[in-house]
Design a binder for this molecule. Structure first.
Ligand SMILES: [Zn+2]
Length: 442
């Protein structure tokens, strides 16, 4: 066998939108070289009991929000009161403590079967808003954290310039986010070459609240020139829509369309409160939508028109965003369940559509077109889900997305390397790492 070659034999594997049995999976140098269903198990193959899926993509993450889990969920309030607590944590992080927290968070993602994270990164500068000696030190810490956790990262370096739609300056903890203007944002990002083949660079417009309309095209041009993914928070909150309509006389979607920001390389995150025209615009331009259902319900955002977006031509991907939960199975089935709550009807998405959102579509949204399927030539990512846990025993494997949880993931391979074996991360004690990193911040 060639160098770095390996063979797995999956009891069941998700191949081309359905479950195949007794699948011999061969890989070399981080790529699948052969996929053979109905094959006997060779003695040298690693046996994967249960259902083996392609790698999962978590297309929308703010790694530091993991420190808020279980600390901001009680009590009353809105998205805006939660944001105040989130800023308090943002104010405390250093490059060292962020490396520690992000490593633990990405290792939790690895345990949940995530092989790519789309990190929507805006915590750029020191607490007074001054660049570090290396102005990309925080981004470099996130790239290193992904390497330590064994997963790929698309660092979506986020342009964040103002605190309101009408251009009020950044204040308090927000000062860490700002580069002054879009050209200085681009100059900083241009100086960043992420270390490692597990990392790629993308861009983000934080929102229409945080980037003035006349500066959005600079970010769009930067991403277009590099064929890099561009992400943007869109219409998560009605208040943002109202402010945008009042100031610009356009919806956030219309504003982004006028700035040239909508196309198949772009992913709109949330897309919760859309007009019919907004929804049509996203679909007609092939702009993707990243839904973050567990965060959207935690923050009382609402639920976007997921089925109509997909039908209109907007591919759906998934993100755990605030990390109140890191479980892509929960995100995937929530897309269906929230549609049921909206429509009072059952059965909107097939299991294959939900798995595509969690795998291939998420990877594509993060710029990894060669990941998210178990097929020859694709990146060798495997996520095995046990079918003998209290949650999964007795289920129809084809419907595992409706029953499995992150805790049922037993084996994860990313780019050909095992990163989770028998339900444990191969190098990181994840609960201890999380407890230590988060404990230091409170
Ligand atoms: Zn977000």
């Amino acid at each position: 066998m060639p160098v770095n070659a390996a063979r797995y034999h999956a009891e069941l594997a998700w191949i081309g939108d359905r479950v195949a049995r007794d699948v011999l999976i061969e890989l070399a140098d981080g790529e699948f070289t052969g996929i053979t269903p109905g094959a006997p198990a060779p003695p040298d193959a690693t046996r994967l009991a249960g259902l083996t899926l392609p790698g999962l993509a978590n297309a929308h993450s703010h790694a530091f929000h993991r420190a808020l889990r279980g600390r901001t969920h009680a009590g009353k309030g809105t998205f805006w009161t939660w944001r105040g607590q989130m800023y308090a944590v943002a104010a405390r992080l250093t490059p060292e403590s962020y490396l520690e927290l992000a490593t633990a968070t990405y290792a939790e993602m690895a345990l949940a079967g995530v092989t790519t994270v789309g990190e929507f990164h805006y915590l750029h500068h020191d607490p007074d808003g001054r660049p570090y000696a290396d102005p990309n030190e925080m981004g470099a810490a996130l790239v290193e954290a992904a390497r330590l956790a064994g997963i790929r990262i698309t660092l979506l370096d986020t342009c964040y310039l103002t605190s309101t739609v009408d251009g009020k300056p950044l204040d308090g903890a927000q000062r860490r986010f700002g580069d002054g203007d879009a050209r200085r944002w681009a100059a900083r990002v241009e100086g960043f070459a992420p270390a490692g083949r597990h990392a790629r660079l993308g861009a983000a417009v934080h929102s229409v609240r945080a980037v003035p309309a006349d500066q959005i095209p600079d970010v769009v041009e930067w991403a277009a020139a590099r064929d890099a993914p561009l992400h943007v928070h869109l219409s998560e909150q009605r208040k943002e829509n109202a402010a945008c309509l009042a100031y610009h006389r356009r919806t956030p979607t219309e504003l982004l369309a006028d700035a040239g920001a909508l196309d198949p390389r772009t992913t709109a995150v949330h897309a919760t409160h859309l007009t019919d025209g907004d929804r049509t615009e996203l679909g007609d331009t092939g702009t993707g939508t990243c839904l973050c259902p567990t965060t959207e319900r935690d923050l009382a955002d609402g639920a976007g028109p997921a089925r109509a977006l997909l039908d209109g031509g907007s591919p759906l991907s998934l993100g755990s965003d605030s990390h109140a939960v890191i479980d892509l199975f929960e995100e995937a089935r929530a897309v269906e369940m929230h549609e049921r709550l909206r429509s009072e009807q059952r059965g909107h998405f097939s299991a294959a559509e939900l798995i595509r959102a969690a795998t291939a579509a998420g990877h594509a949204a993060c710029g990894w077109a060669d990941a998210g399927a178990i097929a020859a030539g694709q990146r060798a990512d495997l996520v095995t889900v046990r079918l003998d846990s209290p949650r999964t025993a007795g289920i129809d494997p084809a419907a595992a997305v409706y029953a499995a949880t992150a805790a049922d993931v037993t084996h994860v391979v990313c780019d050909g390397r095992p990163i989770v074996v028998d339900g444990r991360h191969v190098t990181i004690d994840v609960p201890t790492a999380l407890r230590t990193a988060i404990g230091a911040l409170w």
